[in-house]
Design a protein around this ligand. Structure first.
Ligand code: UDP
Ligand code: MG
Length: 316
């Protein structure tokens, strides 16, 4: 596919209490923009209910430099909702870069993403060669990627996150998706198109603390799992079949023993208690798994919008 000689590239950045990193982010973004005057740059910040000076900073910036725009939510709706809103506000762009505000995704990589897109790819993934997370978070990431890879029909590249460039057609496809529980990397794999990869080293967060808590990460991982796989349900069916089969065999065994007149002492209390607890546990897990799907279905049928916008700065 041929690319326009002077393309419009939009950058979508969700921000939640990012005041400490914004000056540095703006400095580095502007540097990248100035280095590539052949590209028409815009940046759409989506403020996800920040309680610090984030909004004041960006709206003041917008009056000075209209390339920086702001979509301001009425409250905190989450990272995924912010990404969704950002993508809905860049329909005219030829390509859209999505990235985090905390400089873990280096702005200096954007020209490389654009170059790969100009080379013909519709979706360019920024792939981490290294990541800084350690401890529980790190273990969690690795475990999630292993499980996710195995379970779904749309495997995501293990070392990718939200940092990527989406061509106009991929953005169009994204904006048609109406689901509420969103798992961006999975949906990106799902929409398809020609993909390319660009490698980089992921840094520590430049300032502030991670706004995505471990609890939110777990929820995000579950969203990914349940919206891209029916395997948990199927696993229950299999477990049920296996246990029923086992029960049947044990039943036959006892009947045969009785018919053959083999008498045994009445014991087996421990066995009974173990079985009751085991089966009760399996059933509760089953209800929990059903509940995960049911809750998601409920959220989808309510058809609430994924976010509410309070204000826009820099849009006509
Ligand atoms: N973020 C957001 N809403 C939230 C939490 C985070 O918009 O409720 C933004 C945040 O400002 C940052 C990006 O999402 O630009 C990723 O957040 P963070 O760096 O805290 O996550 P992590 O790097 O730990 O995944
Ligand atoms: Mg981060």
């Amino acid at each position: 596919m041929t690319r326009p000689p002077s393309p419009a590239i939009a950058i979508v950045i969700p921000v939640y209490n990012e005041e400490p990193v914004l000056p540095e982010l703006l400095r580095r973004l502007t540097e990248v923009f100035d280095g590539h005057p052949d590209i028409r740059w815009t940046t759409v910040f989506v403020n996800d209910g920040s309680r610090d000076g984030t909004v004041a900073l960006i709206s003041a910036l917008n009056t000075r430099d209209p390339r920086f725009k702001l979509v301001d939510f009425s409250r905190n709706f989450g990272h995924q909702a912010a990404l969704t809103a950002g993508l809905a506000h860049v329909a005219e762009a030829d390509g859209v870069v999505t990235m985090d505000a905390d400089l873990q995704d280096p702005p200096e990589l954007i020209p490389d993403l654009v170059a790969a897109w100009r080379g013909g790819a519709d979706v360019v993934l920024a792939v981490r060669r290294s990541r800084q997370e350690t401890g529980v978070r790190r273990l969690g990431f690795d475990f999630f990627h292993k499980v996710f890879q195995k379970l779904t029909d749309f495997p995501i590249e293990a070392n990718t996150g939200t940092f990527c460039l989406l061509g106009k057609n991929a953005v169009g496809a994204f904006n048609q998706l109406s689901e509420k529980h969103r798992f961006f990397p999975g949906l990106r794999a799902w929409v398809g198109f020609k993909q390319a990869e660009v490698f980089y080293h992921r840094k520590e967060r430049a300032a502030g603390t991670p706004a995505v808590t471990l609890h939110k990460l777990v929820r995000y991982a579950l969203d990914g799992l349940f919206s891209f796989s029916h395997l948990p349900l199927r696993a229950l069916t299999y477990a049920g079949l296996m246990i029923a089969g086992l029960g049947f065999a044990v039943g036959l065994f006892f009947i045969a023993r009785r018919l053959l007149g083999i008498e045994v002492a009445q014991t087996g209390f421990t066995t009974l208690v173990t079985l009751v607890l085991f089966l009760g546990g399996i059933q509760l897990i089953g209800i929990g798994v059903l509940g995960e799907y049911l809750g998601r279905i409920y959220d989808e049928v309510k058809r609430r919008p994924p976010y509410i916008i309070k204000n826009r700065h820099g849009f006509e």
